[in-house]
Structures are given as C-alpha cells and as structure tokens.
Design a protein around this ligand. Structure first.
Ligand SMILES: [Zn+2]
Length: 399
C-alpha cells in the first residue's frame, strides 16, 4: 500500500514538543520527541517531510472559542490574575496556568490547521500533527488538559474555507466531547468517537443517545466501551459502527484523533488494547479513506500517558499506516541507546509491538465483549433509523 500523489507530511514545532503543563503533570511532551526520533532512526521519516506550522491568525480561534474566554487565557498567560479563572477550568490540577500558554496552545492550533490546509489544497496527501488532538476544550472553558480545541479549529477551516465535509474519527480512550459539542449542530461534520464509557471515565459523556441536534441530527456517533475492552471486541465494535457511518456520510476528508491511551499500559484509562489492535484500527481508518476520500486524512495525537513504552510505538504504527511504509523488523538499537542514556529511569521498549498473546486475557473478557456487542449494535440501529428519517440514507446500508 503506497500513498499516491504528494505524500505525507509531519507538521512539527520544537516549542510544542517541549512544553510541560507542570513538572509532575501526566501530559508529557517528550513523547513527541521520542516518536519523531524513533521515526528517523527507523528510516521512515525524511527531513523534507517535516514542516513547521504555517502563519496563523489568532482571530481564527474565534471560529470556535468565545472572545472573552480567549482574553482570559491571554491574561493568565501573561501572568495576570483573572478572578474567574477556575470557572474557566484554569488553574486546576488538570489545567494549570503557565506563562506563555496562550501562544503555545495557539501554536498547536496552527499545527492542526496547517495539516488540514496542506491536505485541503492538495499540497499533501495526508498530514499529521502529533502535538494536536486537544479534544476536550470547550467554547469558553478549558477541560482535560485542553485549552483551545485545535481539532474544531481545523474542521471549521475545512468546512468554511474549503467547503469540505469532514468525518471526525476519535480513537482516544476518552470521549471527544469538546469536538462533539462545538459542532453538535453542524451538518457538514460527522463526529464519531470510540471510548471507554462515560459511566467509568472522564469526561462522563459520549453516550449512544448523544446523536446530534438540529441540522446535525444523527451526525454524532458514540460507541462507549466497557473497561478492559480488548483488541477483538474493540475492532468488532468499530466494524459494526464506523464504516457504515462514514459510508452514509460520504466525507471529503477524515480527521483522525489518534490518542494512544486505549492501550493496556495507559495509567489514566482502563481499555486493554495492544499495539496490534491499535494498528489494526489505524489500518481500518486508512482503508476507509482510500475508499471514501481519495485517501485524504489529517491525523493528530491526543492522550497517551505511558509516554516511553506506548506512545512512540503507537504513533510510529500510525505513521506507518498513513505512509504505507513498513517499519523495520527490529526496533532501532541506536534509538534505544540514545533514550536509555538520556532517560535512565524510563522503560524504553525493546521491540516494535505487542499483541494479545503478551497479556493474560481479562477474566471478564467474554462478558465485556458481549456488552460491547449489544451497545455497538444498538447504536448502529438507532443511527440508521435517524439517517433514514433525515434522508442521509435511503435504505439500510450495511458494512
Ligand atoms: Zn484520552
């Protein structure tokens, strides 16, 4: 599988790769450096494929965010006091205030907007911003480590500037609530999220009955999964819901949020995927783009709190899926040596992947799979009824 046309670009900026929300915060930007250097050592990323974010007008953030909220973020970013900071979700353990945060998070938005622009204008076939994926940020409130919503900004640009229909596919372990609520009534954006159920995990939303509103009715698709969901059940749920939704919607471009926190090692979520399962999900999204969007995908990172073992390998698998370039058989020794000397305490892995046979099956495996099957089936059925009603599909389509 090779990418025809202008190729795949990685939008990368050293400043966003180095920022830290707070010293002990679980969001570790070093994972981006780990990933980029892994791709380079593996010989699957050329220097000419790395581009910086293009110039970005801050006013573009207003397509998504409230101006007073942005003014508050900017003031806090300058070190000023803002009385309603906590109402804004800022100055909390999740979203600590730090100097320069407004500029830095604007730069993350610039990165994802650039990736979208490159693909929308045909300068790239696919584009990736691993620093992006801040899917929890709301119109006037920070949430879940996210201050500005780079994904929604990039979607608005695709829809408003380029007239594209966007299918947003969120594979992060947490529900993509910010993107969903910001675009809940938008008929040009399909929002699909597979995540650990909100009954167990932040942000508590993403239930099957959240299906969209007004002109966006039927265009929010949520597949809440049980804790301890393993590869086979995850992929089964994906197959029941995602291809049907995308085929019905007929997008021009897919925006993939590839948070790496559904992995079994992730300390903040309870899904039990392996790298093999995550790669299979990326391959499915790529196949859907080949079928539906002429291959056009914009991808971002997202969550991922096992920064040394899981994230670099997951995102290397993502890059491999998007570029069609095979990873070498062995994890590069020079990469391991470099990071083991730089981070002596960190569990640097020694092979590319892991799979179900590396872990004991969960004692509730069958029960979890059964429950997921019921939820995915009901979600698919309910949505098809809405789509027939709204005219999105004229008859039942099946995958
Ligand atoms: Zn997450």
């Amino acid at each position: 599988m090779s990418s025809p046309g202008p190729g795949v670009l990685l939008v990368h900026d050293q400043r966003t790769a180095r920022f830290e929300l707070a010293p002990d915060h679980p969001f570790k930007p070093v994972r981006m450096e780990l990933t980029r250097s892994l791709l380079e050592h593996a010989g699957v990323l050329a220097p000419s494929e790395v581009v910086p974010p293009a110039d970005f007008e801050e006013a573009e953030l207003l397509t998504v965010h409230d101006p007073e909220y942005m003014a508050d973020v900017a003031a806090l970013s300058r070190g000023e006091t803002v009385a309603r900071a906590r109402q804004r979700g800022l100055g909390t353990a999740d979203n600590p205030v730090f100097r320069g945060m407004h500029e830095l998070v604007s730069l993350v938005c610039a990165g994802t907007a650039t990736a979208m622009e490159l693909v929308a204008t045909g300068k790239a076939h696919r584009a990736v911003n691993l620093g992006g994926g801040l899917h929890h940020a709301l119109r006037d409130r920070a949430s879940g480590f996210c201050i500005y919503n780079d994904l929604a900004v990039a979607i608005r640009r695709a829809v408003d500037r380029h007239g594209l229909r966007v299918a947003y596919v969120d594979l992060d372990a947490h529900h993509g609530d910010g993107v969903q609520w910001l675009l809940y009534e938008d008929p040009n954006v399909l929002k699909v999220s597979l995540h650990e159920s909100g009954h167990y995990l932040f942000p508590g939303t993403g239930h099957p009955y959240e299906t969209g509103k007004g002109a966006g009715r039927g265009l929010s698709v949520n597949v809440p999964l049980e804790p301890f969901t393993e590869d086979a059940s995850y992929l089964e749920a994906f197959d029941v819901v995602v291809p049907t939704a995308l085929r019905a919607f007929k997008p021009d471009v897919i925006l993939l949020q590839a948070g790496a926190d559904p992995h079994r090692y992730d300390p903040l979520a309870d899904l039990s995927l392996t790298l093999t399962g995550m790669r299979a999900a990326y391959d499915r999204v790529v196949a859907l783009s080949d079928e539906l969007t002429g291959g056009r995908i914009v991808a971002t990172g997202g969550g991922g709190y096992d920064p040394y073992r899981t994230v670099p390998r997951a995102w290397a698998q993502l890059w491999s899926a998007l570029t069609g370039r095979e990873l070498p058989a062995e994890l590069p020794g020079a990469w391991q040596a470099q990071w083991r000397s730089r981070l002596p305490e960190a569990p640097i892995p020694d092979r590319w992947t892991d799979g179900p046979s590396d872990f004991k099956p969960h004692p509730k495996r069958e029960q979890v799979a059964r429950r997921n099957r019921v939820v995915a089936g009901r979600t698919a059925e309910a949505l098809q009824a809405i789509w027939r009603d709204t005219g999105l599909v004229s008859e039942v389509t099946s995958s």
